[in-house]
Design a protein around this ligand. Structure first.
Ligand code: CAA
Length: 259
């Protein structure tokens, strides 16, 4: 029997599926798991997949965060390196041509929620619990959470979550914009149905749209309008924009070619 891998990479039709596969530890992120996630993201990026889905094995958790059993005795250099590895690995998702979707099938805590918030979009089952409980360990989030959370849900809600460490359920997460959809189990099926709503559109144009929206948080308004003008103009240069308008005028479905 082949050895069980802590991170599995597979394909479902046109989508890459990355599965955190340590259900006995609620899919906790050991340093090795973070490295394996990075390798799996690279593999998906080099493939013809049209989106990456990331989920957790088992019934209970997407991911319960960094592996706490590795914290003991970590010196300052090791602590900094682990944080940097987590931040840099999850940031790979930002610069990918293809979008990513976190499929939250239970707990998404600490580094687990940070992985989910690094994805382009998030779906969760109704039993999901999301939070950044690091404060209960005498810590703060370290894989990007203090920066991505306020950008997603606003400073007040992010402060509430970081300072109390409380978990929010799927309904509350939806209402605060922390997730995009609630899906029924099996969550991967719901996520694929969601991904199919956009995966047939032009990949470069999807990327321009993602980039313009993401850069809104990092730009002054006039600079943001400039970014939008540039990316919109780029989209107009693509064959897919000609195809989109032609198909509309000919009253038929467009046939995009990612060009
Ligand atoms: N690291 C290592 N092991 C973990 C873990 C983690 N983050 N979370 C759960 N586990 C392990 C447990 O130790 C347990 O293992 P054993 O069976 O060998 O004892 C197993 O997974 C099942 O967990 P529980 O028995 O605790 O399950 P539960 O249903 O009673 O509780 C839970 C579930 C509320 C999620 C609880 O496990 C929990 O609070 N986990 C820790 C969550 C956490 O603090 N996450 C933040 C980590 S720090 C971080 O992520 C920093 C960062 O920014 C990167």
């Amino acid at each position: 029997m082949p050895a069980k891998l802590p991170v599995e990479y597979s394909r479902i039709d046109e989508f890459a599926l990355i599965t955190l596969n340590r259900p006995e530890a609620l899919n906790a992120l050991s340093v090795q798991v973070v490295k394996d996630i990075g390798a799996a993201i690279d593999e998906a990026a080099a493939s013809d997949a049209r989106a990456i889905l990331i989920t957790g094995a088992g019934e209970k958790a997407f991911c319960a965060g960094a592996d706490i059993s590795e914290f003991m005795g970590r010196n300052i250099v090791e602590a900094m390196a682990a944080t940097e590895l987590g931040q840099n690995t999850f940031a790979k998702l930002d610069s990918l041509t293809i979008p990513s979707l976190a499929v939250i099938n239970g707990y998404a805590l600490g580094g687990g929620l940070e992985l989910a918030t690094a994805c382009t979009l998030r779906v969760a089952t109704s039993n999901a619990n999301l939070g950044v409980p690091e404060i209960k360990l005498g810590l703060i989030p370290g894989y990007g959470g203090t920066q991505r959370l306020p950008r997603l849900v606003g400073q007040g809600r992010a402060l509430d979550m970081v300072m109390t460490g409380r978990m929010v359920g799927a309904e509350e997460a939806l209402s605060m914009g922390l997730i995009n959809r609630i899906v029924e189990a099996p969550a991967v099926d719901g996520a694929i149905a969601y991904a199919r709503e956009f995966a047939g559109y032009s990949l470069p144009v999807l990327r321009y749209g993602r980039e313009a929206v993401m850069r809104a948080d990092q730009s002054a308004l006039t600079e943001g309008f400039q970014i939008e003008r540039d990316l919109n103009t780029l989209a107009f240069q693509g064959e897919d924009s000609t195809e989109g308008a032609t198909a509309f005028l000919e009253k038929r479905a467009p046939n995009f070619k990612d060009r």
